[in-house]
Design a protein around this ligand. Structure first.
Ligand SMILES: Nc1ncnc2c1ncn2[C@@H]1O[C@H](COP(=O)(O)OP(=O)(O)OP(=O)(O)O)[C@@H](O)[C@H]1O
Ligand SMILES: [Mg+2]
Length: 418
């Protein structure tokens, strides 16, 4: 990859819109800019107000642009939500070459064939994950190029979403004055999985749970591949709302108290750490201890972990599981890890991006997207790609970079997932 290409990711979350600018220099990623803005127009992870969402995107982008001194024109945008579905599919073609040697063109054709699937009219394909190739019935092939055969097959997973959700996402980005890069809609679970999970974890069966503000997104990786995804309409906002009722205070105040004093385990909370709360409908303040607060938070967090476990069971993956990896802003709270270990009855760890400036689980999806795009969408780059012009207002335009050849992409997919 040429030096100093820029990749911009956009994560439109329920609490925050986050923009991350990654600079790719000789294949290594540096995070050079971050912008965030409070999110309006998103409920439980879904866009419910386009104009408000556009405003939030614009302010997050402006923030990142000011930090780096560039003008952002193109972005990779994350997609998530309960409209996302996975389905297995199979593509078959006859090898075209007269000498029966499989070439890149055959691979491209078989992948196109695998995309031919009967979908309900309201759904569309967002992505394709190849799992294995078969040549004349021989399974387990990652690289069929140069092999001799008559029949080339591919087994893959197709990622689909509703046209309405994809449309709303694209509309918001475009109305914010940005272009979506080619292949620029990225499944956030896949991106976070790339950031957060090791190859072995993906192989052995791991649940990646992103506990955000309005939603908890579950992604199950098994056999090296993404096996299931699901979104629960519950997250940190649920905890904040309980604090509101429990302490009888305003939402904003409850959120501030949660961030400052919140603890997910009553046993870990300090009874002597106290804070005052302005109560709704009065001018009076009342004092509470961290232990009082933990008594409200713990049952809610327990419930979230129980729902995660139930969902993994419903999806049929509970028995073959190696463990859980947690990410998303809500896992920052002290005590979450030990509570999760008890509730999930399995090994659990927390994943945090390992880059300066974004060492926080709420940045996992955004950082993961930069890694994903670097590896699968743009890793070859080109000399005509965007460069960071020192301190000048250059356009960060990822689409200008050349896309990888289809086979390079497939091969990298296998390296990552198999
Ligand atoms: N230190 C902390 N203690 C407790 N909660 C925290 C802490 N830091 C962040 N949170 C919570 O994390 C949530 C935000 O997480 P995140 O930024 O991952 O969500 P989002 O991406 O905006 O929303 P979603 O993914 O649900 O659409 C909020 O509910 C916030 O209260
Ligand atoms: Mg999120």
């Amino acid at each position: 990859m040429s030096s100093n290409d820029l990749i911009v990711s956009l994560d439109i979350g329920t609490s925050k819109v986050r923009v991350i600018i990654g600079e790719i220099s000789n294949g290594a990623i540096n995070i050079i800019g971050v912008g965030s803005a409070n999110s309006d127009g998103i409920r439980k992870g879904a866009i419910v107000d386009i104009d408000q969402t556009v405003q939030s995107i614009r302010s997050a982008v402006d923030h990142a642009e000011r930090m780096v001194g560039i003008s952002i024109s193109e972005v990779y945008v994350g997609i998530a939500g309960n409209h996302i579905a996975l389905q297995s599919n199979h593509g078959v073609v006859a090898v075209s070459n007269e000498d029966r040697e499989i070439g890149e063109e055959d691979i491209e054709r078989v992948l196109q064939a695998a995309k031919v699937v009967a979908l309900p009219p309201e759904r569309e394909i967002i992505g394709l994950l190849p799992k294995q190739f078969l040549v004349d019935g021989l399974t387990g092939i990652q690289d069929p190029r140069g092999m001799i055969g008559v029949r080339l097959e591919v087994e893959c997973t197709i990622i689909t979403g509703t046209k309405a959700a994809v449309h709303n996402l694209m509309r918001c980005v475009e109305k914010a004055g940005l272009r979506i890069a080619p292949s620029g809609i990225v499944l956030m679970s896949l991106a976070s999985g790339m950031m957060a999970l090791t190859k072995d974890e993906k192989m052995m069966g791991t649940v990646l749970a992103d506990i955000g503000a309005g939603a908890t997104t579950i992604a199950i990786f098994e056999g090296g591949s993404l096996a299931a995804v699901s979104t629960l309409p519950i997250g940190g906002d649920y905890v904040t709302s309980d604090i509101c009722y429990g302490l009888k205070t305003q939402t904003e105040h409850a959120e501030m108290i949660k961030l400052k004093y919140g603890c997910a385990r009553i046993d870990d909370a300090a009874p002597d750490v106290a804070f005052k709360v302005m109560r709704v409908g009065t001018n009076a303040e009342k004092e509470f201890s961290q232990a009082d607060l933990a008594a409200i938070i713990e049952p809610r967090m327990q419930e979230i972990f129980q729902m995660i476990r139930q969902e993994v069971k419903r999806l049929g993956h509970l028995d073959k599981l190696n463990g859980y990896v947690l990410t998303g802003g809500s896992v920052t709270m002290p005590g979450v890890l030990s509570l999760a270990q008890v509730e999930l009855e399995s090994s659990v760890r927390i994943a945090v991006p390992d880059f300066i400036g974004v060492r926080d689980p709420s940045y996992s999806s955004g950082v993961g997207m930069i890694q994903y795009v670097t590896k699968y969408v743009r890793y070859r780059g080109s000399s005509s790609g965007p460069k960071k012009a020192a301190k000048s207002k250059s356009a960060a335009s990822p689409a200008a970079a050349s896309k990888p050849g289809v086979f390079e992409w497939v091969k990298n997919m296998f390296k990552e997932f198999i």
